[in-house]
Design a protein around this ligand. Sequence first.
Ligand SMILES: [Zn+2]
Length: 494
Amino acid sequence: MSHLLIRGWRKVAAATVLLAAAVAITSGSIASNGAETYDLTIANGRVMDPESGLDAIRNIGIRGGKIAAISSSALEGNQSIDAKGLVVAPGFIDLHEHGQEPRNYQFQAHDGVTTSLELEAGTADVDQWYARREGKSLINFGVSVGHIPVRMKVMKDAGAFLPVGDAAHRQATPAELQLIDDDIEKGLGRGALAVGMGINYTAAATHDEIVDVFGLAAKYGASVHVHLRHAGLQEPTTGLVGIEEVIAAAAATGAPLHVVHITSMGLKNTPRLIAMVKGARERGLDATTECYPYTAGSTQLESAIFDPGWQDRQGITFKDIQWTKTGERLTAESFEKYRREGGTVVIFSIPEEATRTAVADPTVMIASDGMPLSGAKIHPRGQATFSRVLGHYVREEKALDLMTALRKMTLMPAQRLEKRAPMFKDKGRIRVGADADITVFDADRIIDKATYEEPLRYSEGIQFVLVNGVTVVKDGQLVDGIFPGRAARAPISQ
Ligand SMILES: [Zn+2]
């Protein structure tokens, strides 16, 4: 540190007083007692770091947006957060969040999320996606190049978020396949974090098409975040059949595989699907999975998932589907009407036992699958997943311990992406040199408040959230008008 200070003072001598002040802020300064002064300190919290296993009372010093010190003795800061009685954890990394607008980021910050990633659906235009959020985001953001939006673009599908026409229901021509592959490769070249796929929504995509996309992901070392082709209970369209397809594609091409929301894919057979991912990994495949802590899924009613036969495939009927604009449960009549209109539904289809098994499993990451705020009765998962795991499943149900839960929402998602995007080596950790993305919460009080009836409620018990060293939640309240979020992106190669 000392030579930095000397360099700072030389600049002071040669420059204006104004510049001297700027240097003091970015490179630190010396307090009257000779100790270093940090931009911000987090004092006396229970620091929990899943990578090192540290679980002890510590003081953290932050400088220039990074963790600069972790100490058992007191640190001097220009600002200080009193974290006595609170847990100080790495900020949560959400691998799967479709809600990527400013209002979504406010809910996510209140739920402890510091990095919000749209890796399942993704985008067809990586540059534009990042440009829209640069300098305007409360929390960090990132995206995959998505097979779904690319297929919709190439096949001129009229769907808004998911395909409703040719991209869902027609095989691509050789010329279209070439365009699809070109766009996916272009997105990877522009620093997409991963490749997104939702084969269930592009049901007419052939196995050849899928394997080719896995091949492109492998070429760029990108994980494929895939919603399986099948999520049903009846042969030959079970979740198990769906997972066999992608494990084979990953094994044959070398692409890392990440199966999204395993509970809504496996339903009552979720333990079998988790075992498939584990077995693949134990035999050398880079395969991982994730879940959200709810017994309902959510998607678009106009999508291919509700093509004829959906009741038998999914083991549900009209009354299990909730229309998010009004909260009403569907009938045969309203199903037809709203399917023509198009819009988001909540689907009550996942057994609690499956949810609990996945949430408690130390190998299954936590990811919200949060949805855009498209109706008054949307799914609560995008607003409350992380506090629900920590409050309901850790504290109330004792389904898993706190450190294991934190690992599933910090270190593991960072590790999933860090080979492709090395910036993730400095996320998901409380370590000197890591990004100061930090979530400070009361383990006795943290709880989800968003419900199916009242989904737009902030979680409680998350007291402070820092994004790149900037406080975005302070004393449990959002800080307005600041945009410290940065692009989480892989290196741009072309
Ligand atoms: Zn999905």
